[in-house]
Design a protein around this ligand. Sequence first.
Ligand code: ZN
Length: 187
Amino acid sequence: MTSKSVSREADDILLATDMIRLGARLQVLQAETSLSYDRLARLYREVRGASPPKGMLPFSVDWFMTWLPNIHSSLFYNIYRYLDTFTPAKKSYALVQAYRLYLEQSEAGLHPGGSPAEPVLSFTRAWMLVRFFESGLVQLSCCQQCHGQFVAHAHDPESAFVCAICKPPPRAGKTRARRKAHASTTA
Ligand SMILES: [Zn+2]
């Protein structure tokens, strides 16, 4: 084994450990590192104290278009794109850093005073989103009202695009009101 492949392996172990801590599924680790399935499964158990979950990855583009997931996904992807373009962190490293920043932002901004429950966008979904961008299934569309960049289906016309924050569905207001009512009843 050359020293180069030893350091590659060490880098991959660190990267995989970071991604496991953030909640990555085993399929993600296999795609992003050159470590074997057995090595990754062992690492997963060491880090999380449990076996990796089995089953398919959440493979749905439409999920990213629903109201709250769209806001969270757009926040994440804007951070990711900035890091990948303007900083030395590329690809999976940009993904890990962007996801950490997303968690900080979403806890501080989108759930003021709320419980740090499950993030809306899981690490595995964030990884899927980057893949959807790479394969051209989704695009960033510019909101005609706030000029923010939001995740949208590829080839959707941008001329009349209004984002999920500027035009929330009627249900969203009710959810917010319900949450507020819930908060005041449990306070
Ligand atoms: Zn907007």
